[in-house]
Ligand binder design. Sequence first.
Ligand code: HEC
Ligand code: HEC
Length: 207
Amino acid sequence: MMKNYTGYGLLAVGALFGFSVATGASADVSKLTESCVGCHGKGGSSTEAAIPNISSYSTEYMTGALKLYKSKERPCPEVKIPGGAKKGSKSDMCQAVKDLSDSDIKQVAEYFAEQKFVRTPQKFDPALAKKGKGLHDKLCEKCHSEGGSVASDDSGILAGQKMAYLDEQIKFFTEGKRPMAKKMKPKLEELDKAGIEAVIHYYGSFK
Ligand code: HEC
Ligand code: HEC
């Protein structure tokens, strides 16, 4: 194969459309995202309760999140791999990113940023969701806009995200196991156990 020629061609196309293309093997993003898709599902959205949907997250947030797993500053709960080549065996996020370079991380993040976020249909309690909306509007909407349905440079998507995942992350935040935005801390602390349950049902109510 005319490797060099293909490489230059890609670079030219990259320049034309304004995305960055690394030279050599790292340009093959489908290889880099193969393991991600095995757990997170095709395009980054699935119905696996413990595995978050990661589609259409901003490149900035995704890059930051992957680096936090690489440095083990975010907890890495082990899960059974639901699909792909290693289906059925167990692994976690820290394993998934440990061999990725900064440029790999950037490419992977850019790939998922372009995928559509598919909300996971979930069972929720409508009365709790209504209470949760009130609490969200008062305490959380400022940063997680439109009910948490908008991905920002510094956070992901809450609306239609897996309720089990959100529940676990809020536990990690309150137990100090996951770093939290300084200004989010006092807001989250305003929620008691029932309040946390309510906001999670609100996020789960998005179809
Ligand atoms: C073994 C299954 C598995 C693999 C492989 C995997 N993930 Fe994950 N991923 C998870 C689980 C489980 C979580 C939730 C972990 C937690 O509690 O923080 C997660 C969390 C994430 C998050 C954080 C989401 C958020 O809302 O903050 C991102 C981003 C992510 N994964 C991206 C990726 C990418 C990109 C790859 C491929 C390089 C990948 N994952 C591979 C299982 C996996
Ligand atoms: C001052 C802005 C701000 C406010 C207010 C705020 N958050 Fe956040 N939230 C963030 C940021 C930034 C992150 C990403 C944290 C990180 O860097 O990993 C986040 C992350 C989260 C996550 C994890 C999502 C994921 O994909 O892993 C949950 C759940 C969450 N917030 C819930 C809430 C709730 C509930 C409230 C209201 C009680 C709230 N937040 C208020 C800024 C805020």
